[in-house]
Write a protein that binds this ligand. Sequence first.
Ligand code: 5RP
Length: 223
Amino acid sequence: MTQDELKLAVARAARDYVADSLPIGAILGVGTGSTANFFIDQLATIKDRLGGTVASSEATAQRLAGHGMRVLDLNDVEAMGIYVDGADEIDHGMAMIKGGGGALTREKIVAAVADTFVCICDGSKRVAVMGRFPLPVEVIPMSRAYVARELAKLGGTPRLREGFVTDNGNLILDVHGLSITDPAGLESRINEIVGVVTNGLFARRGADVLLLAMPDGVQIFKR
Ligand code: 5RP
């Protein structure tokens, strides 16, 4: 199977999960990235069941609206049953690295509101120890050099994501060379650096459900 076929398979499984688990008329959070895009296209087939959606990026909002789905401001939403999103890496404790698409801050905010985080990805993303994928850190532009020096003290090699500005008007430092044995500890440690908006470790609020596309079918893991 190609990676796109795996993404399509997990997107269909996620649509079925939402159809089975989310009460009719409830609000769904929708993530960002190529796997999330497959999911959005599948979601269109059950859009009449949804009360509305909340998007984790401008790109996702546009794609949802393009399918005729209602996109709500998170501030107008009191409760969200499920948030569906991809990941760059996920470990066996359901902690993730996210932000390959640069939407980590909004993703983390929407995930914080949702009751259940459903992670969708293919088998290549499941790892024993995270860090091979560079860890994205969103920073306020004037703090870029300072934050990079502080991240280097933690053992990583930060590199500015060239030519990229987040939906929030900030920059991304991608931190290479980390071996993340304590995801929750590192998530907190990086967030303490002044100038950091968010980092792409989703450990304190990890996934609750993982739908993992393998060549022989989609496997389900629960926290
Ligand atoms: C975007 C993300 C994505 O979920 C992550 O990068 C995975 O993307 P893809 O499904 O394209 O591999 O965190 O900020």
